[in-house]
Design a protein. Structure first.
Lengths: 116, 112
């Protein structure tokens, strides 16, 4: 059962335009969400995160939106740059009150290609 | 501050052998998680250690094991290697109560 889904395996955008990457989740217990960027043969690089108590978090060109009722989050990159071309992973975790669960559940990733 | 380091970066083994991978977390981080990445299954959680204790374990067979030392460095071991164990093994470190995990470059294991 895939609890975190990234339904678009790939996305292609023009340099300077907005990139929107989407992620859906099924487990309502998830309360923390992260986006990672990954180049081939390298480890994932943390980009941005959001707690379930918020609906938006912004960091420079990256903004993450969370819609809890729809169990959906998205990553917006504005403006997109060729160096943003990579695989983007959505991840989720949940911490029960007083719990110690630090497992990240990942989506399968979306390959973003930004064309010059 | 130095990032997460993993050694070795590449490894070739044959079926039936065992392998040990090493991870050094970011200075000050006391938690280490391990993940396996394969083309078919994506990134899957193996286990997580905090202060030398395994806190969480993923759904992997007992051939996969790990440990953490007092300096927070961690090792994972895979015994009786199978072809399907070929993967990128990633280690992540974080503060004990933080949600954000920082990944190392990974160890690429090829089992022949």
């Amino acid at each position: 059962d895939q609890q975190v889904k990234q339904n678009s395996p790939s996305l292609s955008v023009q340099e300077g335009r907005i990139s929107i990457l989407n992620c859906d989740y099924t487990n309502s217990m998830f309360d923390y969400f992260l986006w990672y960027k990954k180049y081939p043969a390298e480890g994932p690089t943390f980009l941005i995160s959001i707690s379930s108590i918020k609906d938006k978090n912004e960091d420079g060109r990256f903004t993450v939106f969370l819609n809890k009722s729809a169990k959906h989050l998205s990553l917006h990159i504005v403006p997109s740059q060729p160096g943003d071309s990579a695989v983007y992973f959505c991840a989720a975790s949940y911490r029960r009150s007083g719990g110690s669960n630090y497992k990240l559940t990942f989506g399968k990733g979306t390959l973003l290609t930004v064309n010059p | 501050k130095a990032g997460v380091t993993q050694t070795p970066r590449y490894l070739i083994k044959t079926r039936g052998q065992q392998v040990t991978l090493s991870c050094s977390p970011i200075s000050g981080h006391r938690s280490v998680s391990w993940y396996q990445q394969t083309p078919g299954q994506g990134l899957q959680f193996l286990f997580e250690y905090f202060s030398e204790t395994q806190r969480n374990k993923g759904n992997f067979p007992g051939r996969f094991s790990g440990r953490q030392f007092s300096n927070s460095r961690s090792e994972m071991n895979v015994s009786t290697l199978e072809l399907g164990d070929s993967a990128l093994y990633l280690c992540a470190s974080f503060y004990g109560t933080s949600e954000t995990q920082y990944f190392g470059p990974g160890t690429r294991l090829l089992v022949l």
